[in-house]
Every structure is written in C-alpha cells, then in structure tokens.
Design a protein around this ligand. Structure first.
Ligand code: 4AD
Ligand code: MG
Length: 432
C-alpha cells in the first residue's frame, strides 16, 4: 500500500512512493512533460509528469486539468534544490476527484473588492495561506505563553447585558423579552475570573458597531484579555511586553516560509524581541506632538497620524502611560497622586500600526466605582455583580486586551486588518 501523506511531510519521504490529495494552482505543459503546481493546504510544491513514464490516459489527464480541480497524485518524492520548498513529486498516477471550470481567481492581478467578494476561494491563494499560518502560530504561542506563566483560560460570555467600553458601539440584539448586546470586551467577566483563579486569560471574538471605515477597524475581531489579581499596572506592563516579544519570536522561529512569502524582513522583527519596551507618559507624548507642530491639546485622544508619529520616535513598540480620565472607560483606577489621569497604558506598535493593546489597573474601591458607573450613565442593576467583586475580598488587579488582528497586521506588515482574519466583518461587508 502506498502511504498517504501531506506535502509538508515530503522531506520525510524522499525516494519513496506516496499518495497526496491536492488541488491544481497552475500548470505548464509541453508535448513531452507537464509541470503541475500543487497545493494541499499544508504547503505548495510541483508535480512533474513525464510522458514516457506514465500511461497515455494519465498524461492526457494532466494536460486537461483546470485550476483548482482536486485529485490524488501518486509518485516518488525527489529533492528539488531549484524550488524554495526543496522537494517535488515525480508523478506516476493521477485520479481526478473534483472538476473545476472557470475558477474566478486567475494568476493575474485582481482588485481587493473582487478578492473580498471571493474570500471563500481567495483563502486558497498563497498570500492568505501565509497570513493564516502566521495567525495560527500566534494562536499556538498565545496558549503556550499564558499556560507557561500560570494563567488559565476562562471564556467570557458573548451575549451580555453590559457595556464596558461605552454604549455607542454596541450591537443590540433582542434577547427574548429583554435587551442584550454582543460582547465588546470580556473584561468585566475576566475580573470575576481573576478573583476566582488568580491569573486568567480569554481569547475570543468581540464586536464593535464601529461606524469607522479605517484600515484598523473590524466590527468583529478577536481579543486576548488577561486579568491578574494582586497585580499592579507596572507588573502588568511586564507581562504585556514579555507576551508580545514571545509572539514575535515564535513567528520568527516557526514561520520562516510564510514570512518569506509575504516579504517580511526578519531583521526588523528581531528588534521587537528586545526587552524592555520604552515607556512615555501621555503628557510627554502630547508635548512631543506639539513640538512637532501638531495643534493637539492635553485631554484629546490621539488620532492615527499622532500614534504613528509617536511610535516612529522609537525602534520598538512603545507604552504610552496614564491617559486623561475623560477619554478612558469608567473601570480604571485613578493615578495615586493625580486626579486627572488613570493608571493605564496603550501599547503602540512600530511602523505606523497604532494601538495594539489597551490595559489598566482596575478601580478596587466600592464607592468610587459605584459613583463612576452612575456617572457613565450605565444601569446600576446590570453592574451589581461587578460591584460584588469589590464587596468580597477586593484585590489590586490589572489586565489588558490585545487586538489580535491588529497584532497580526503589524507582524505580517499588511495594509489593512481585513486580511488578518479569515472572513472579515466591516461596516459594509458581511459576505461571504
Ligand atoms: O482598547 P480597547 O477598547 O480595550 C478594551 O476593550 C479593554 N476592555 C481591554 C482590557 O483591558 N481587557 O480594545 C483593546 C484592543 C485595542 O488595543 C485594539 O488593538 C483592539 O482591541 N481593537 C480593535 N481591533 C479591531 N477592530 C476594532 N474595531 C477594534 N477596537 C479595538
Ligand atoms: Mg483602546
């Protein structure tokens, strides 16, 4: 029996006859030989069909195959030093499985809107392949990192009655006879988790009814939200930078081929594994922008060009600390010696990718939190459980949220978040 393998394992089967289920990505034929470009989801490589070495039916079948038809290929694996992959298959047999006629994505250039309409097929191409391999490695490394650091994964609900990040960007749903929202952050639940298990993290979808059409916004995106009891904001920053450096190092170590497909420079990525990351205060960031000639005033939130200017002053990701109270959510802990800023930080990615993490120490004082819940216009009844966390053994605790697609977009050096997720959801797109 010939062994069935995947392309990625070809290196373990040199000079052996194997069978692989594949799709055709491209083809070149002459009278005597056909070169089939093959993919099976694990990698891409070439099949060579030599007329004098196969039956006439097999040679004719090879010549008639269309782009994206599926078939089994049987043959012997050889080293192939001319290709990046390093191996090819010398075909002895082909068995057609699924025909494909008129595949819409041809080897020529296509516009982004067309490709997004065909996303269910576009995923088969090399560039999405590379990005999804890197996304997968970052998922793997995330679980590994937080498990190594003693965190357990807690899954917050998606259907919620709370609005941690403000009420303007909620997706409303009818929940039987009452109202509910799709989760815009699992944080409040993660705080309950931290008081139960000490160190917890979540990794799941979150939803924002963002009206903005920018390259940095999706309406559905994935967030990693760690939360830690008995932990200060400074200790949380150290976890954040270790985590980001770990993600980058894991991609460097395990994604050489996808990075090469994307043309991402590894020397640039290596700079992001050096710790610690620089920290500047919000106050100093405002001064930096004003000195540069921007007319931003203290108290304003940064726009994308502001974030780019700030991060361009550093070689690594940079933490901006202690934002004004007025522009951050109600649950943060005020600075111990100032009443106008919170103990919080955003992490700005280099190369103009903007905010990838938002985090803070959390308010632990019952009265202060209750007052700020009211002031934020939130319905107190919905937050009774959250206030309970301050009634029963409250601890100093801190946490953060990493926007997963923002991190992928930066590490892969993409133009837009829409390529960092298999099926992007944006203000004007919910198909396919
Ligand atoms: O800064 P945000 O809104 O913070 C929170 O939700 C906190 N509750 C997190 C926490 O402390 N547990 O969102 C966190 C991150 C941002 O830094 C950004 O990277 C990403 O989520 N993000 C988005 N990513 C894609 N599309 C959007 N519309 C996003 N909004 C935020
Ligand atoms: Mg934020």
């Amino acid at each position: 029996m010939v062994q069935k393998i995947r392309i990625i394992d070809a290196k373990d089967h040199v000079d052996e006859e194997v069978k692989i289920g594949v799709w055709l990505t491209d083809k070149r034929s002459s009278g005597k030989i056909s070169f089939l470009q093959l993919r099976d989801g694990s990698a891409f490589f070439q099949g060579v069909v030599v007329k004098s070495q196969v039956s006439e039916e097999v040679f004719e079948l090879a010549k008639s195959l269309h782009q994206e038809s599926s078939f089994y290929v049987t043959g012997v694996i050889h080293r192939d030093d001319r290709s990046h992959f390093g191996y090819e298959i010398e075909v002895s047999n082909l068995e057609l499985v699924g025909e494909s006629e008129g595949y819409p994505i041809t080897p020529k250039e296509h516009g982004i809107d067309f490709l997004l309409d065909e996303r269910h097929l576009w995923l088969r191409s090399k560039r999405p392949f590379a990005i999804m391999q890197i996304r997968n490695e970052m998922i793997r490394a995330t679980y590994e990192f937080f498990n190594q650091e003693g965190f357990i994964k807690i899954d917050p609900p998606i259907l919620t009655g709370s609005a941690p990040e403000g009420t303007t960007e909620l997706f409303h749903i009818e929940y039987f006879d009452s109202d509910a929202y799709l989760s815009q952050s699992g944080q409040l639940y993660m705080e309950a988790g931290a008081q139960a298990f000490g160190k917890v993290f979540s990794f799941g979808p979150t939803f924002r009814a963002e009206k903005s059409k920018t390259r940095r916004h999706l309406t559905e995106f994935w967030m990693i939200e760690p939360e830690m009891a008995f932990t200060t904001q400074e200790e949380s920053l150290q976890v954040q930078e270790r985590y980001i450096a770990y993600l980058v190092q894991s991609v460097i170590d395990n994604c050489a081929y996808p990075l090469q497909l994307l043309g991402r420079d590894i020397e640039t990525l290596k700079k992001y594994t050096k710790l610690p990351y620089p920290r500047i205060s919000y106050d100093d960031a405002i001064k930096m922008l004003q000195d540069h000639g921007t007319d931003i005033q203290w108290g304003a939130d940064f726009g994308a060009p502001d974030e780019t200017y700030i991060s361009d002053q550093f070689e690594q990701p940079v933490f901006v600390l202690n934002y004004p109270i007025a522009i951050k959510p109600f649950y943060m802990k005020p600075h111990p010696t100032r009443d106008d800023v919170y103990l919080c930080a955003d992490l700005l990615a280099p190369e103009g990718y903007g905010e990838i993490i938002g985090g803070s120490e959390r308010e632990t004082d019952f009265d202060a939190l209750e007052a700020r819940t009211k002031a934020a216009g939130l319905n107190e009844k919905d937050y009774e459980w959250y206030l309970d966390l301050r009634r029963f053994g409250s601890t100093p605790h801190s946490g953060f949220g990493l926007g997963f697609e923002r991190a992928i977009t930066w590490i892969c050096h993409l133009d837009h978040l829409r390529e960092a997720i298999p099926f992007p959801r944006m203000i004007n797109r919910i198909y396919p």
